[in-house]
Design a protein around this ligand. Structure first.
Ligand SMILES: *[C@@H]1O[C@H](CO)[C@@H](O)[C@H](O)[C@H]1NC(C)=O
Length: 292
């Protein structure tokens, strides 16, 4: 009788113990599955984020590395036929791509202090804003500008293999003095401001690349706002937005520069960018059909 009771007790207790073990194992698997799922989810559903939101350059792997020792692979046409490739044209957005600029009075003191302490290059500048006062005199305002880490080095290295164009939806009054500061070596061959953007059925301030070049094989735009390039979705690199709150950002040198370098060896950048970002599908999800 006593033995039987003991056995029953054993049975009674052994079941929960097994269950506990299984549960622990399952939740352990669940944990890994969640992490895995999140990574996959980010890559699969967010073309914007597939470009890495952190300084982790390993997420850049989908783009094949450029082998410096080998000539870039060419399609069927015999090598030498077309001569050397024309220089790549790289169109760069300004605010939140190369810098972040805020009206000085709107920058919280703590944000400014943290960004400066973290080592961000910054400056303050006076600029003309579009508003005019009662007498019709253009008002000046003060803008605090934080440079995206690596900015100067990025522009310098990029200019060695590409023609640089600055294209901002901002007004010249604010953008010109800003670009003068970040581009003291005059590396931009062209600067375009808001009046060069166009309005489409779907968005305003769209940057139509055909106003820079009719040949879309060798032109690419880097912009944190993908709607800027909705007219040429396969020519765009949707980069992560930069703000003063991200002083450790390394996108320019670790992610964007290597990609642009890779593109500079491609006869037509569009298939690479399509494979990388699938922007036409992304626009379609935003209700913007490919035809527009
Ligand atoms: C730059 O972008 C930030 C973030 O969207 C915005 O708050 C700021 O007003 C922009 N600066 C200019 C000068 O447009």
């Amino acid at each position: 009788m006593g033995e039987l009771t003991l056995t029953q007790c054993d049975v009674v207790y052994s079941v929960p113990r097994t269950q506990q073990a299984w549960r622990a194992l399952l939740s352990w698997f669940g944990f890994f599955f969640q992490i895995f799922y999140q990574i996959i989810g980010v890559f699969a559903h967010y073309p914007l984020l597939s470009f890495s939101s952190s300084s982790d350059s390993s997420s850049f792997e989908p783009v094949p590395a450029v082998d410096q020792d080998l000539p870039p692979l060419r399609s069927s046409s015999a090598a030498g036929d077309d001569g050397p490739l024309q220089k790549l044209t790289v169109v760069l957005d300004l605010n939140e791509t190369l810098v972040c600029a805020y009206e000085t009075s709107s920058v919280p003191a703590t944000l400014r202090t943290q960004a400066i302490q973290a080592g961000l290059n910054w400056f303050e500048m006076e600029c003309l804003c579009s508003d005019k006062d009662a007498e019709g005199i253009t008002k000046t305002s003060y803008v605090t500008v934080f440079e995206r880490p690596g900015l100067k080095e990025f522009l310098k290295q990029l200019s060695e293999f590409a023609d640089l164009v600055l294209f901002t939806a901002g007004l010249e009054g604010y953008a010109r003095p800003l670009v003068d500061r970040i581009d003291s070596d005059n590396l931009f061959s062209l600067r375009l401001y808001r009046p060069s953007t166009i309005s489409t059925e779907h968005r305003e301030h769209v940057k139509d690349l055909t106003c820079i070049s009719k040949d879309l094989c060798r032109i690419v735009i880097v912009d944190n706002n993908p709607f800027s390039f909705l007219l040429q979705p396969d020519n765009g690199i949707p980069c992560i937005s930069f703000s003063a709150g991200q002083p450790c950002d390394t996108q320019l040198l670790d992610v964007i520069l290597p990609l642009l370098k890779h593109l500079s060896a491609e006869k037509d950048v569009r298939h690479v960018l399509y494979e990388q970002f699938h922007m036409p599908e992304w626009f379609q999800k935003q209700g913007i059909p490919a035809s527009s």
